[in-house]
Design a binder for this molecule. Structure first.
Ligand code: PYC
Length: 330
């Protein structure tokens, strides 16, 4: 049987976003978190087929567009990455809001404001228009915090590393320039990917990482290699899983970095943090509010602003009788 998916294709600051607007399966659950569990249990083949080769590629990233789940939201999203289904993805949120507005898929309840149900919670965003084009989107993320600071690990490829772990919708070990690591600009993307995957595995082996409010969110599935910016306040390259190098500065990664810097006294409330990516594109991060989690963990509500662009539309067929229908990666 042939399955057909219609997508809007584009990118957020250079990072692909493939948004499925037809062909997404019906999902059950009271929250997007429960619906994500349903998607993972029964429909992970859709993520694999649309994100991995031969229909996607190692750095593909996307969303499935759904009607809103809560009365106050404009639409809902499931995130589909090559590394799995994330609870939250910042660049894909900016891209999906831009695409939905420009293609007339949503009519925001309030002009200039959009609210989206995502597995990590409810995300609100504001947008700036330039004619018919959405110039930029700024979303306010879920509570973000510094989980651990000054962790030490003997990392075979480089030597002893000292790093922090921060949460911005996903957990990020943040490695800043230090004795055994001169900064991301001194490595090739392939080295950062290889070391990044090894580092994620070692961190998960040596440290127990659990979200203080949501025991379902555990471990690191990303890592952030920081370095010297060209014309910004910070630069980093985010690696997701074993395959993906983020071309954008990474929305959840920028949120984690903003939280890390705030709690280390390096960033003030409302102060912009211009965060540069591997390819020189930017997100602007900011602490909007300071908050506290139910268990007493100090957190911030960060916002992240960036631009997204539609590059086309696609109709994708998946026929389960054909070779590689389920995707592959090298
Ligand atoms: O923008 O949050 C993000 C993201 C996560 C993985 C790739 N991009």
């Amino acid at each position: 049987m042939q399955h057909l998916f219609k997508t809007i294709e584009g990118h957020t600051e250079g990072m692909p976003v493939r948004m499925v607007i037809a062909g997404a399966p019906e999902l059950y659950g009271k929250t997007m978190s429960e619906r994500r569990e349903h998607f993972i249990a029964e429909y992970d083949w859709i993520r694999r087929a649309l994100m991995l080769e031969p229909r996607g590629h190692a750095h593909m990233s996307g969303t499935l567009f759904y009607p809103p789940l809560t009365e106050t939201s404009d639409f809902a999203l499931i995130f589909a990455e090559t590394s799995g289904c994330l609870p939250m993805c910042g660049h894909a949120t900016i891209g999906s809001i831009t695409f939905a507005l420009e293609q007339g898929l949503i009519k925001p309840k309030q002009e200039g404001q959009v609210t989206v149900d995502v597995p990590a919670g409810q995300v609100t965003a504001s947008y700036q228009k330039q004619g018919h084009k959405i110039h930029s989107v700024r979303f306010t993320n879920v509570p973000s915090f510094l989980l651990a600071r000054g962790l030490r690990m003997d990392f075979k490829p480089l030597g002893e590393l000292i790093f922090d772990i921060a949460y911005g919708g996903n957990f990020y070990p943040i490695i800043e320039p230090q004795a055994h690591y001169p900064g991301c600009e001194h490595f090739t993307p392939a080295q950062l990917l290889d070391y990044g995957w090894q580092l994620q595995q070692q961190v998960n082996h040596e440290f127990s990482i659990v979200h203080p409010e949501n025991p379902g969110i555990t471990g690191v599935k990303h890592c952030m290699w920081a370095g010297k910016p060209s014309d910004a306040d910070g630069r980093s390259v985010v690696i997701a899983g074993s395959e993906l190098i983020d071309r954008s500065p990474c929305g959840t990664g920028t949120s984690a970095r903003v939280a890390q810097r705030f709690f280390k006294g390096l960033l003030k409330k409302h102060e912009p943090f211009k965060h540069e990516s591997l390819i020189g594109s930017y997100f602007i991060g900011r602490v909007e509010e300071v908050t506290v989690l139910a268990d007493g963990t100090q957190a911030v509500l960060p916002s992240v602003e960036g631009r997204a662009f539609i590059t086309g539309e696609n109709t994708i067929w998946v026929n389960k009788t054909e070779p590689y229908w389920n995707g592959f990666s090298l």
